[in-house]
Design a protein around this ligand. Sequence first.
Ligand code: FES
Ligand code: FES
Length: 171
Amino acid sequence: MSARTEIRFTVNGTERAVPAYPMERLLDVLRNELGLTGTKEGCGEGECGSCSVMLNGELVNSCLVPVLQAEGADVRTIEGLAAETLHPVQKAFLECGGAQCGICTPGMIVATVHLLRSKPKPTMEEIREGLNGNLCRCTGYTRIFEAVKSAAQAMSSDDLKILAAAPEKAE
Ligand code: FES
Ligand code: FES
């Protein structure tokens, strides 16, 4: 395996430099090197979406992304959503019972945020499509879809602005 090198990227608005093997999974670097354990591992094979994060605004499975690919990129994880209070999408998942076993939930929430950025008022078909890379093997999708609809009602244009903001560069 090649040597560890310093990889620089922006995580939740802050620039970070982490020693990592270039082909190490972004998922492992986030969890083990940066302590961002909100991103979960389900299948480890790109099938379940539990490890979803946004990479330069695109939804990706971080178990399939070599950290080298994140060099210079903007990465958003579930930890980047809540500030002093929960993000409206997190609140909606709690209130609607869409937060269930804890493995799929962070990925579902990140995927929902990604969906609402481009479709603030999605139809049921668009919700299904937006979450089709995220599997829940426990209790089904009814409450999750309700949560997405409720979040879409609750989100203000300010919530969308925050999500779309460019990352701040750390000095
Ligand atoms: S853990 Fe990455 S897609 Fe399942
Ligand atoms: S896998 Fe999602 S609630 Fe269990």
